[in-house]
Design a protein around this ligand. Sequence first.
Ligand SMILES: Cc1cc2nc3c(=O)[nH]c(=O)nc-3n(C[C@H](O)[C@H](O)[C@H](O)COP(=O)(O)OP(=O)(O)OC[C@H]3O[C@@H](n4cnc5c(N)ncnc54)[C@H](O)[C@@H]3O)c2cc1C
Length: 462
Amino acid sequence: MLETMILGGGPGGTGPLVWAAGAGVLGDWLDRGVAVVDRCAGMGGTVGRYCLNADTLGGTFLECLDAPACDPRFAVLRDAPSARALATYRAALPPLPLVGRFLDDLGAVLARVLARHPRSCFLPQRRVSGVSLCRDGSVVAVLRDRSGLRTTLRAASAVLALGGRQPAAWDEWVLRGDLALGRWGDRIVPSDRLLGRDGAAMVAARLAAARAPRVVILGGSHSAFSAAWTLLERLPCIRFGEGGVQILYRTAPRVFYASRAEAAADGYAFSDADVCPATGRVHRLGGLRGDGRALWRRIQGKGDLSRERRATLLPLGDLGDGTLRALLDAADLIVPAFGYRLATVPVTGPDDEPIALACSGPSVDADARLRTASGGVLANVFGIGLGSGFRPWGEMAGEPGFHGQQNSLWLYQHGLGGLIHDGVRRWAVERRARSAAAALPRAARDLAALCLPAELPAHQAG
Ligand SMILES: Cc1cc2nc3c(=O)[nH]c(=O)nc-3n(C[C@H](O)[C@H](O)[C@H](O)COP(=O)(O)OP(=O)(O)OC[C@H]3O[C@@H](n4cnc5c(N)ncnc54)[C@H](O)[C@@H]3O)c2cc1C
């Protein structure tokens, strides 16, 4: 049986493999059997479809080639055109389509590395449609190929890494009181749609007839500012007047600064809880970066560039119901930028009973195991990637006041990748030990192993 199956071959799913390569343990892991499944023809994921610049330096994406213990089989990637192009952005923010091409090339190398280990493989063009927990502490995934043919795959554990999804049930999304977003459904374009390929063109066509176009963006984090940046910078034929783009936020946007001194020089108010003790950076994890950060500074009139008056920031809490309704009624376009939730598939238990996964709060616990709606966790199903809600702790942690989720490729390929690698390997050992132990009645022993009560992990207690 495989030791683990990784469902989804984007940066989340491949993160633990890249971590293992850097730590010099990839070969050992692959000898135990690892399968990566993706519905696409290759690994690499979807970040390349966003028409934005990254908010991470190009050098960060290349770290997997720079690690001292870098798997020599990765070295061939250094000569790939995508890696060479990315290298010109080592200290700059590369366009995400270029990052996507590099990740596709990295995925192709990983597929070749997997193929050299007889017990491991990449299974392309297979859509995962469900996961079942088995009594023996293994997991079975149901896969369908492009013709719809159903197959199954069994492993001691699974890593769910299917990317993120944004909410879409606008009728259920109540801003406050009776203000459900469904009322404006025909004017809604979620930020993910706007930021994706053709999103700007589609929105430009929708706004073309408006004499004084007005867009309301709901949200105050990265996606909201990326959406505003796209509207203002990527729609040359749409002329927004003053306040034409309104960003309505619940929590005031947080902004990254490299140091306390830099933040103070910019007149940015922060507290000790906003500063990462390890690096001295302000809002290291939760702060706006890149073009979104630059836009925030221009809206605030900070720096040398002319003040950006086409966009305004409005705290939702300061708006009365009537004003909020009027703003939304007047908008030609409403862009909810509510973040992402990890995409999941139906999960069933050993008796085919459905297991509801957590639908609020983080999708995973501190050990990156999937949380259930009843407050437990699945012992051998891990989650990683966009929208997983993982909250970095220990050496991964940043500013103490950060309570949000961290979606970063660096994290997937570093601390979180290592955590998942260690977790699936530990599970495989525990499972073998459990199978060997005959003391407990079998059914009770197996079920106890599958669904654990939610306990505060030792490293989070106290
Ligand atoms: C607009 C935006 C910009 C971002 N910019 C950055 C940045 O600059 N730097 C950074 O570090 N992070 C960034 N992120 C965050 C994050 O690193 C990326 O979103 C990254 O792509 C997440 O990787 P993932 O593997 O979770 O998802 P994805 O890249 O979406 O990969 C998921 C994979 O799962 C596969 N899949 C999905 N469903 C199925 C199924 N049912 N069966 C089989 N396969 C399936 C897909 O084909 C895909 O390959 C950004 C995120 C967003 C939304």
